[in-house]
Design a protein around this ligand. Sequence first.
Ligand SMILES: Cc1cc2nc3c(=O)[nH]c(=O)nc-3n(C[C@H](O)[C@H](O)[C@H](O)COP(=O)(O)O)c2cc1C
Length: 166
Amino acid sequence: MENHMNGKSILVAYGTRYGSARYTATEIAAYLKNKGYNTNLVDLRSERAPSLPGNFDLVIAGSSIAMFSWVGKVKSFLRKCRRASVPTAVFITCGTAIEDEANARSRFLDRVINRIGLNPELTLVTGPVIDFRPGKGLPTGLKNRMALYRRLEFLTRKITLYFYIS
Ligand SMILES: Cc1cc2nc3c(=O)[nH]c(=O)nc-3n(C[C@H](O)[C@H](O)[C@H](O)COP(=O)(O)O)c2cc1C
């Protein structure tokens, strides 16, 4: 399977307000790089969005949720991906994910990708990354981070499978 992945390029693009979506995107990019993919990481709020199409075999785009809203630049980038017919995977990072992942998925993820008209290969809902250093953390921090790692493992396995069958 390693050979099959050689030369596959994945863009991981994110929009964050407080850093959790960046953390998630950085973990995904590092994980995939380690698996042998060519990986690029882009902050859509502070860098120019890379040009499409054809430059990437898969775009993974993720947005922070605040006040029920995505980061606008992630939505506009996903519209570009749709127009360019680039395969996508989409994740959101939001507080609701801690308590009710299904609710977070339907309210914040499915609704928006439907409105964009996107049909992603994979989707992922992640919670905030909580800083659990003394004086900063919450008891749920470690649990939450471990759940994030488990899901990243799952996502990257699915991406490997996606390339294997496509
Ligand atoms: C001002 C503010 C508004 C928020 N609004 C929502 C919300 O509407 N729904 C939700 O699930 N989480 C909400 N949250 C929690 C964020 O989604 C959570 O902190 C997430 O980690 C933000 O991602 P980021 O760190 O990448 O910006 C909010 C947090 C803040 C600080």
